[in-house]
Design a protein around this ligand. Structure first.
Ligand SMILES: CC(C)(COP(=O)(O)OP(=O)(O)OC[C@H]1O[C@@H](n2cnc3c(N)ncnc32)[C@H](O)[C@@H]1OP(=O)(O)O)[C@@H](O)C(=O)NCCC(=O)NCCS
Length: 199
């Protein structure tokens, strides 16, 4: 197993690894078919074996304060993507990728890193173990139903939208304070939490 920088030729293998790594997490339907282009400098680390990419970590960082991070403060970075294929977990791969990224971030005078992640236990435990501290959260909520559903009617004004059938999925963000109320009516509800670590 090798930990190294991402290369252009890793793209197909990286995208496949991302889908498979998220399959058993709350990000199972967050499928990306192309590699994004970052506006700011980025550290892209991969774990590879003879089959290709088995783990990945992308951390974009600021050239000037406020370009990337949600919180104000020292020059910071954001981990946008991190995952390891299920069969390769628990061997220290995410930790090794994070150590490699941290070294590079420090060399580039980045002093703190943020991450937005949902309520997956494995990932949450990993971030806390690495010294990330919980800051705040909001809700990622999903509703569905037939057009006559009184709950949906509360959220949507469907009078002027023409002839449609049911709502397959209404996905919206909401304040964390509404968790109890929304838990009763949503078919899927996640806490989206932001954590921060000092380097
Ligand atoms: C979160 C995730 C990336 C962790 O990957 P991982 O490679 O299994 O993580 P690590 O191996 O570094 O750490 C996991 C455990 O293995 C243990 N471990 C085993 N061997 C190890 C070694 N040689 N070195 C370090 N840790 C080791 C760690 O102590 C840790 O133990 P813990 O469960 O008590 O915390 C992985 O679970 C994942 O891909 N989850 C789904 C995707 C996801 O949720 N991503 C985050 C969304 S932003």
């Amino acid at each position: 197993m090798k930990i190294r920088d991402y290369r252009e030729e890793d793209q197909a293998s990286w995208l496949r690894c991302r889908v498979l790594s998220f399959m058993d997490s709350s990000y199972f339907d967050d499928v990306q078919r192309d590699r994004e282009k970052y506006d700011n400098p980025v550290i892209q680390i991969v774990a590879v074996d003879h089959n290709g990419v088995v783990g990945f970590l992308d951390c974009e960082y600021e050239e000037k304060q406020g370009d990337v991070c949600y919180f104000k403060g020292d020059r910071g970075g954001v981990i946008w993507h991190m995952g390891v294929l299920p069969d390769y977990r628990g061997q220290g791969l995410a930790t090794a990728m994070w150590h490699a990224a941290k070294k590079r971030l420090k060399e580039n005078h980045v002093h703190r890193v943020e991450v937005w992640t949902q309520d997956d236990l494995e990932a949450t435990r990993w971030y806390l173990k690495q010294g990330f501290v919980f800051k705040e959260a909001y809700l990622n909520a999903y509703l569905k139903g037939s057009l006559g559903d009184p709950t949906l009617k509360k959220f949507l004004n469907l009078q002027d939208c023409g002839d449609i059938f049911g709502i397959r999925s209404l996905n919206f963000e909401a304040p964390i304070e509404r968790k109890e109320e929304l838990a009763d009516i949503c078919y899927r509800l996640h806490e989206v939490r932001v954590y921060e670590a000092e380097l």
